[in-house]
Design a protein around this ligand. Structure first.
Ligand SMILES: *Cc1c(COP(=O)(O)O)cnc(C)c1O
Length: 476
């Protein structure tokens, strides 16, 4: 396919700009050559982008079971609300009295998410999950510093944590202490007891963890860390497994981040915008990034918390993502939120059960909102890897699950159907998975050659890594 810049020719473009009706100003350093813009008609432009759109697979095209990333259906009404002119036609520097509705929206979204997580205060500034982790860790750091406790420099991270957890801890200036999981996929509590001490700043727990399991020792874990003087951080990126059912705040966690672009319905393919909203208990609220929207008599005002760690992003973060989350929570309501969580868990267990007819599971069920298969045995028997099965799915219009993650499982495929897929769709997909298992035994070469029905076939990944072509070479 050609780039838009390679299409058309001078004179073929369409200028919809009216003649200039204001005085022209010559810049002090005018451009010496005209901008190299495409010269294409509106029809050609539309066709180009439609052709591009047809070559990608999104949640509107078919099943997209990307574990740990929750590519869920996002209700269209959320887009309508986020694009209301009252939310979009504003400027972050305009006087607070003129944006009271927007302040009310973030205040209300914060209150509702606080209620769902069991936290007392929320900031919407962080732009993504990892950014939220970084922010939450800075709160923990500020807390220890406020008590003149400089010895607490270590963050404990179980090996079943999301990869961003240790990275964020290092970014925030901590040293990471890794602790192993047991064969049940849960934190090894004895190892945790050995790891905590006067140098423990806190623990970061991804729950459900990256193998899709709710840690059964969670109360003991938070108690152990608190008794050692540390704080507890809950990675709530995937709250869709538990929202409305249990609250991290009640389990003893002091700080949490939520991925509003996973659980609370902002489409997040292609890299953004996202929101890693951070919630905390009251005793940490004075350290939150400012400003936060507070109720003030009949209205709202923006305030900077007294011991704020400072800004982590401009203004109020990706505000429209908070509006979508607010719409999502209000639409589902008190009954709908736990129902969505239970359906997410039910769907994952349904697929896990059906697929375990042939595929080996990394951990015994039941799972939470996602499960991990290990294709090591299949690979040993047939030569077909997790990658081959993933590529085979593409020929059936199914996006592969997360591959080779979590790292603690060999030949991992991590499946998250989400709450919105129907039984009919899941049956179809399970049928494809099971037929690929048979194909691996009958004709492994066919799987090594897959995909054959997609716009591009199997890519030479080794070649791409060894001999990268980093500059686009235009067509003649
Ligand atoms: C996705 C995810 C993150 C990171 O979120 P980003 O928005 O990609 O930075 C962190 N933790 C868990 C458990 C996740 O699933």
């Amino acid at each position: 396919m050609k780039l838009i810049f390679e299409k058309g020719a001078p004179g073929q473009g369409l200028s919809l700009m009216p003649p200039c009706d204001v005085p022209e100003i010559t810049l002090s350093r005018p451009r010496t050559e005209p901008l190299d813009l495409p010269h294409v008609s509106e029809t050609e432009l539309t066709r180009h982008y439609t052709a591009l759109a047809k070559r990608v697979h999104g949640v509107n095209d078919g099943f997209y079971p990307l574990g740990s990333c929750t590519m869920k259906y996002n209700p269209k009404i959320n887009e309508d609300m986020a694009s209301l002119p009252g939310f979009t036609q504003i400027h972050p520097l305009q006087p607070q009295e003129t944006v009271q509705g927007c302040l009310e929206a973030i205040h209300t979204a914060g209150k509702l998410l606080g209620e769902i997580t069991g936290m007392d205060a929320i900031t919407f500034q962080p732009a993504a999950g990892a950014h939220g982790e970084f922010t939450g860790l800075l709160l923990i750091k500020a807390y220890h510093r406020s008590r003149n406790d400089a010895a607490r420099t270590k963050i404990i991270v179980p090996d079943s944590a999301h990869g961003t957890n240790p990275a964020s801890a290092v970014m925030a200036g901590f040293t990471v202490v890794n602790i192993p999981s047991g064969p049940d996929g849960c934190v090894d509590v004895e190892a945790l007891r050995q790891a905590v001490g006067p140098d423990t700043a806190g623990l970061m727990l991804t729950n459900p963890n990256t193998v899709g399991i709710f840690d059964k020792n969670i109360l003991e874990i938070t108690k152990t860390v608190h008794e050692a003087g540390g704080l507890c951080y809950y990675d709530g990126a995937n709250l869709n497994a538990v929202m409305g059912v249990v609250r991290p705040g009640d389990m003893g966690f002091d700080v949490i981040h939520l991925n509003l672009h996973k659980t609370f319905s902002t489409p997040h393919g292609g890299g953004g915008p996202g929101s890693g909203a951070v919630g905390c208990k009251k005793f940490l609220a004075r350290f939150l990034p400012g400003p936060v929207a507070e109720k003030d008599g009949d209205g709202y005002r923006l305030v900077r918390p007294e011991d704020s760690i400072g800004r982590v992003k401009n203004f109020y973060g990706n505000f429209a993502v908070a509006v979508r989350a607010l719409t999502y929570v209000l639409t589902l309501g008190r009954e709908g939120i736990p129902e969505a969580a239970k359906n997410a868990v039910l769907n994952a267990n349904y697929m896990m059960k059906r697929l375990s007819e042939k595929y080996a599971m990394a951990y015994a069920g039941p799972c939470m909102h996602e499960f991990v298969m290990t294709l090591q045995d299949l690979k040993d028997e047939t030569g077909c890897s997790a990658m081959d099965v993933a590529k085979g799915l593409l020929d059936h219009g199914i996006h592969p699950p997360t591959m080779y993650f979590p790292l603690i499982v060999h030949e991992a495929l991590m499946v998250e159907p989400t709450e919105t897929e129907s039984q009919e769709t899941m049956d179809e997909v399970c049928g494809v998975f099971l037929s690929l298992w048979d194909l691996a035994h009958e004709n492994p070469q066919a799987l090594h050659d897959a995909p054959t029905r997609t716009p591009v076939g199997r890519l030479d990944e080794v070649g791409a890594a060894r001999n990268p072509v980093l500059r686009y070479l235009p067509h003649d």
